[in-house]
Design a protein around this ligand. Structure first.
Ligand SMILES: Cc1cc2nc3c(=O)[nH]c(=O)nc-3n(C[C@H](O)[C@H](O)[C@H](O)COP(=O)(O)OP(=O)(O)OC[C@H]3O[C@@H](n4cnc5c(N)ncnc54)[C@H](O)[C@@H]3O)c2cc1C
Length: 376
């Protein structure tokens, strides 16, 4: 084995690419190795919705306008049984296939100076002065951005995320009534489950069905519920499913040289299933924490630096979204959220920020819910 890498990043999804970009924007001469078991471009099961806050993080990492050639989607429609709200969002979302998004991000990381290698990581061990990766690479710091089944998470001794969702997505020619919008149809027959149709703006829409929990949710069940909630959406192709590790009230993270970002860190919004914003935001922080710790010749301090930074950025939001997820599991509260959003654009905007970014459960939302629940 040669000299240790300053930073080895396991996984080249949004969290991993953002980690490399964060590290290299803080310390451009850092030696950064990005490992992924897949060759890029590669597909990934996802709704492909990239929130404006995710785009803000990417711009701050030196990749502005990365998705500007994709159509902005400005309208969001929420349906729950007979209740419906359809409103413009304050800021547009972009629906971009992951084969495109992740490839562009990895390319940006390589342009910034990272070395990309195709390699499936199986074992990570922390020794006194370095971390070894499969006895093939050594590093001062390793960031696990290797998704929901993270090998690095296991090596760091962090237990698996218990609260998971499962979701299946495909693509259809965009049905005309759903053009130019993101449509979410909550499942009245199951708590915390919804079907979606997200128009990409290029003639195709990303469609899917996701449910919190995993029991009995076979591919056939997910497809059937999708077709029942959004008729025709189940006629798609390219079906692909995946687990989502849902964030909770507490966000544990160990000290030391092993850091976890994105899905590997158990960060998916428990109310909506959004994970790309968390992935790039925590990736950027992990990269910066690793760069600062290595530059200060204290790589073992990277974990503590990172945990402090993530809690400062996302701590209150994670608590609010955990509470909101519990509340929205009650059908009457979910219905009240739709009624309150229909009554007041500002309540709608606050809920969008809570579900897609780092917003909080505002007084306005609580008051709107209380009003809708009392006048039912
Ligand atoms: C069906 C579905 C719909 C979703 N819709 C949305 C949405 O619309 N918007 C949104 O924001 N989020 C959505 N999410 C969540 C989002 O997809 C994830 O939160 C996001 O991909 C997390 O990024 P990541 O970089 O942490 O992990 P990933 O994107 O999973 O990337 C992990 C990378 O690590 C690599 N890897 C894994 N193991 C190893 C190993 N052992 N060695 C080397 N490489 C390895 C993989 O090949 C992969 O490239 C959805 C998820 C699902 C399943």
């Amino acid at each position: 084995m040669d000299d240790p890498w300053d930073l080895v990043v396991v996984g080249g999804g949004p969290a991993g690419a953002a980690t490399a970009l964060g590290a290299l924007s803080a310390a451009p001469r850092l030696r950064v190795l990005l490992l992924d078991r897949a060759g890029f471009p590669r597909d990934k099961a996802c709704g492909d919705g990239v929130s404006p806050e995710a785009a803000d993080v990417l711009a701050a990492l030196g990749v502005p306008a990365l998705l500007d050639d994709w159509a902005p989607v400005r309208r969001l429609e929420l349906v729950h049984g007979s209740r419906r709200v359809s409103r413009p969002m304050q800021r547009a979302v972009r629906v971009v296939p992951r084969a495109v998004l992740d490839d562009r991000l990895v390319t940006a990381a390589v342009t910034a100076g990272a070395r990309l290698e195709r390699h499936r990581v199986r074992a990570v061990r922390t020794l006194r002065d370095v971390v070894t990766v499969d006895d093939a690479f050594t590093a001062r710091v390793v960031v696990g951005a290797d998704g929901v089944y993270s090998v690095v998470r296991r090596a760091a001794g962090v237990p698996d995320v218990r609260r998971r969702a499962i979701a299946l997505r495909g693509y259809v020619a965009t049905p005309q009534p759903w053009a130019g919008r993101q449509v979410i149809a909550f499942d009245p027959g199951r708590r915390q489950a919804y079907a979606w149709c997200f128009d990409r703006g290029d003639g195709l829409a990303n469609v899917g069905y996701g449910a919190f929990g995993t029991d009995g949710l076979t591919r056939a069940v997910l497809l059937r519920r999708l077709g029942e909630l959004l008729p025709g959406a189940d006629d798609g192709t390219g079906w692909r499913g995946h687990h989502l590790p849902l964030s909770s009230w507490r966000w544990p993270h160990p000290d030391g040289r092993l850091l976890l970002a994105g899905d590997a860190a158990g960060l998916v919004n428990p109310m909506t299933g959004e994970g790309i914003h968390y992935a790039v935001a925590t990736g950027a922080l992990a990269g910066r924490a690793a760069a600062a710790a290595v530059t200060a010749r204290r790589p073992e301090a990277a974990g503590e630096r990172y945990r402090t930074a993530v809690r400062a950025l996302l701590g209150p939001h994670l608590r609010h979204s955990a509470l909101a997820a519990r509340l929205s599991a009650v059908p009457a509260v979910l219905a009240a959220g739709i009624v309150a959003s229909e009554a007041d654009q500002r309540v709608f905007d606050d809920l969008v920020r809570l579900g897609l970014g780092s917003g909080r459960l505002t007084r306005r939302v609580v008051a709107g819910l209380a009003r809708a629940l009392t006048v039912r």
